[in-house]
Design a protein around this ligand. Structure first.
Ligand code: PMT
Length: 402
């Protein structure tokens, strides 16, 4: 999933020949799931039509402060504040100079000057213009203010000369912006190992011991972690949950507690943060029948063996990992969660209780309390599992920072 998914982009197009490439740029933003508002300077109309851009962005394109026929005001402040990111592409020498000296003689510049969010600018001009000390000074000024330069390419220019000044290609602009945003994310490059779902402990080829976990909680944590820049490995028991748009999550499907133990320990040493949301079976049948067990007897007993406690084992060999467990309780909730936190050498535990309506197995919602190994405790209301996942990751981040 792109870090740009759902983001609001204001694309400012100024009057240079590279403006013709912005049709592709708009398409790329749209494909990433962005909402794109195009603003053109009057001179940009010489290079590409507003109709092309409004068709691609599925929105009217603005140029004037007022619409001629209706007198409707295009509020530059609202346009600027509405956006997550402003992108000025191509940024001509003329517009760069006005941006750096706070001139607001068109809607595009007034919007730029009202923006509080991150601004990317992709210069496009002839090589000597680009080298010109005044342009270089303006670029520096903008960078000092916090705007982000998308460097131009070297190559053939509209003048026929060769050199630095070609606007970066639309794909390069997209990659640049995505990489920039990714690096700002709180879990950028952090390795997260997450478990989800139940485990199935086979009795015979037909039957198993399992539980009601749907995998929703663990999957939501994995998705939220990926959105925050983490490199996620998700070890999941049997579930019908999907990760359609999250191609960077490494999913490992397992069946039994022993398989989950093997996969988790395989990845443990290279992991920064472990979150065990899986409902792991505590016991497994002592023997697994190769054939279906017949129901000949009136009663039937099944000798069980204790499974390894995966989290307990991880706690014993913990080095720098931040270890997070879940506690699913029905009574003496906080006390039991604290016992698990200490016994398993965890940094944090997420308590959910089956006493709370809408919490625990299978619901789309959960109600959690977070306890940590420094005595901290945080209570949360009933929320969607998506929101719960975000809160868990936020809590982990706050504890890792300090
Ligand atoms: O999947 P959903 O339908 O969305 O439901 C979510 C959930 C209720 C399964 C989830 O929120 C949850 O509470 N998961 C942990 C359930 C559980 O097994 O809790 P526990 O209190 O029995 O175990 C404590 C911790 O030890 C857990 O992190 C568990 O993963 C871990 N454990 C338990 C047993 C075992 N043999 N090995 C373990 O690592």
């Amino acid at each position: 999933m792109s870090v740009l998914e759902g983001k609001k982009i204001v694309l400012i197009i100024t009057g240079g020949i590279a403006a013709y490439k912005t049709a592709s740029l708009v398409r790329l933003f749209m494909k990433r799931g962005c909402e794109v508002q195009v603003i053109m300077t009057p001179k940009a109309h010489n290079f590409i039509t507003p109709l092309t851009l409004s068709t691609l962005s599925k929105k009217p394109v603005y140029t004037q402060f007022f619409e001629g026929n209706t007198g409707e005001w295009n509020n530059h402040v609202d346009l600027a504040l509405h956006a997550d990111y402003l992108v000025v592409a191509p940024a001509t020498s003329n517009t760069l100079s006005k941006m750096a000296s706070a001139e607001a003689d068109n809607l595009a510049l007034a919007t730029y000057l009202s923006a509080k969010n991150t601004v990317f600018f992709a210069p496009a001009m002839d090589l000597d213009m680009y080298k010109n000390p005044y342009n270089q000074e303006n670029i520096k000024k903008l960078q000092q203010k916090g705007d982000i330069l998308i460097p131009p390419n070297k190559g053939e220019l509209a003048s026929g000369l060769e050199g630095e000044g070609r606007m970066a290609e639309p794909e390069e602009i997209l990659d640049f912006i995505e990489n920039y945003i990714r690096k700002e994310l709180i879990f950028y490059k952090k390795k997260l190992l997450i478990t989800a779902g139940p485990t199935y402990e086979p009795i015979d080829p037909v039957r198993f011991i399992g539980n009601h976990s749907s995998g929703k909680m663990g999957f939501e944590i994995a998705k939220a972690a990926e959105k925050l820049g983490a490199e996620v490995t998700l070890v999941s028991g049997p579930t019908c949950q999907k990760l359609s748009h999250y191609s960077s999550i490494k999913r490992i499907d397992v069946m039994s507690s022993e398989e989950m133990y093997q996969k988790v320990t395989e990845h443990y040493q290279s992991t920064d943060i472990v979150i065990m949301a899986a409902a792991v079976a505590d016991y497994r049948p002592e023997t697994v029948s190769k054939t279906k067990i017949k129901k000949n007897e009136e009663s039937f007993s099944l000798p069980l063996l204790k499974n390894k406690d995966i989290l307990l084992e991880l706690g014993k060999t913990k080095s720098n990992q931040f270890l997070v467990g879940f506690a699913l309780e029905t009574n003496n909730e906080e006390e039991n969660a604290l016992t698990k936190l200490n016994k398993k050498n965890l940094n944090m535990i997420v308590l959910n209780s089956l006493q709370d309506k809408g919490a625990g197995f299978s619901y789309d919602t959960n109600k959690i309390t977070i306890l940590d190994n420094k005595g901290g405790i945080e209570y949360f209301d009933l929320q969607t599992k998506e929101k719960v996942a975000e809160n868990i990751l936020k809590s982990i981040h706050e504890r890792i920072k300090t």
